[in-house]
Design a protein around this ligand. Sequence first.
Ligand code: ARG
Length: 559
Amino acid sequence: MIKLELQKLLSAASGKEVKIEYPADPSHGDYACNVALTLSKELGKAPQIIAQEIIDKVPANNIIGKIEIAGPGFINIFISEESQKRELERILKEKNQYPKVSSNKEKIILEYSSPNIAKPLGVHHLLSTIIGQSLYNIYTQLGYDTESINHIGDWGTQFGKLIYAYKTWGKKATIEKDPISELLKLYVKFHDEVEKNPAIEDAGRLEFKKFEEGDKENRELWQWFVDESIKEIQSTYDKIGGIHFDHTQGESFYEDKMSAILEEGKSKKIFKEGEEGAYIAEFEDENMSPLVIQKKDGATLYSTRDLATIKYRIDTFKPKKILYMVDIAQTLYFKQLFEVAARFPWFNTECVHVWFGRMHLKDGKASTRKGNVILLDEVLDEAVVRAKKIIEEKNPSLQNIAEVARIIGIGAVKYNILSQNRTTDITFDWDRMLSLEGNSAPYLQYSYARSHSILRKQETTKDVLPDPPEAAEKIRLIKSFLPKFQEQLEMAAQEYKPNILSNYLYELAQRFNSFYNGVQVVRADSEAKKKERLEIVEATSQILKNGLALLGVEVVEEM
Ligand code: ARG
């Protein structure tokens, strides 16, 4: 990778670990380094003089085309023709597999989606699914040894309540018709009834206890709720497309693994006896409330299962890292969980809560039906309908409009999520999402389709035109940008931020469109120029396709 090579060259020349950055204005160079400015105080010398000394010490190499001092002492670097050409050839050779990297043995577990049984998928589950899948794709592309896991919420006292509610008010046929929403109704009814008659709460608890102890009827009911829910969840995954789990290990998977961790935690005094026989873990930090690990009636909790999960994952997969794609609401919980896990002697991994903000609808509406639940199926379906309308207006003669509308509509929703910084709240804006201009999936898909039409046209054009004066710079701007794809992927992986990749693709598409509008490609006035420019088009097209695929967004050749 060029950035890394430059970092080595300049660190050696300056005797200091340098940081390589991107100049804000690309006409100033492809890369920049401000080490001379930071060294200036230390050495008591003018930064320009230091910059010159560093430049003089950089040994001959084939990466740098031009290196110069700018402003108060920045070092700006333009990469060489040779390294641009090398990367271009690599893209055209590796095609759909670009960038091929030697496999890196580091094991990374990515846990995402993790919806709860018998409840509709929430928006935060959609965000988790889409962000997690994209990070999984990126890590896998970069050669990491990845495992994706769906930690489904299929255990806990809520199932006792649901079982009680079903036995008391439920009807089999009604549930079979529309399982998740009927089960949700039963759950809501349970809570309404508790208001009137608090004793029901205990009845629910009792059903859960019976269930945990293996009561046959309750087990069967639970299994039925699980199966029906999974069917519905799977159909949403199918609609989203490209969602893949190496393992579906829900909370119930850890049923037989909890007693060991409870015993170990108690015997090692990691868990302390709290009020009335419950077990808790305490923290030095006063702002952190204790984490309950076992209830006073002996029942296990979400946290019990999560601790058993960490132990199981360490034993089974020996991960370097475990990433949890879960919304911001669980920040304190994960902090507590990871701190407690780290007290066990076997703990030897890094756990990261890759949190994300909430989603807001731009028009202020929080939902399509109820509360803060945006029903995913409705959102995805509406996106396709809206995309179809736009295509029918713009390109009514297009073949297979339905399929193109699906790709554009679903792609727009995914890209809208992935292109925003996950650590801020995410805005859901139909117009922006489906716009053919700006940072949207349709804009990138359109750029891709455009690149295809150029490649299709190449044979038929005969007349040639001379280059406008700005052609050379426009060519440089795109050609020297192609090799940054891999670095941006690495950065997206390091920061767990797919929007670093989407920003790169957006910038690439802009540079491509400016190149295409300002430079003769198929009409270039020499065969050599035409060949090189078509190669640039092809390589750009390839990167757009590969990059979008990592974001889970498909492309079309015509739209
Ligand atoms: N099922 C949980 C929820 O919907 C998310 C699970 C997150 N993962 C975990 N290991 N706790 O809130």
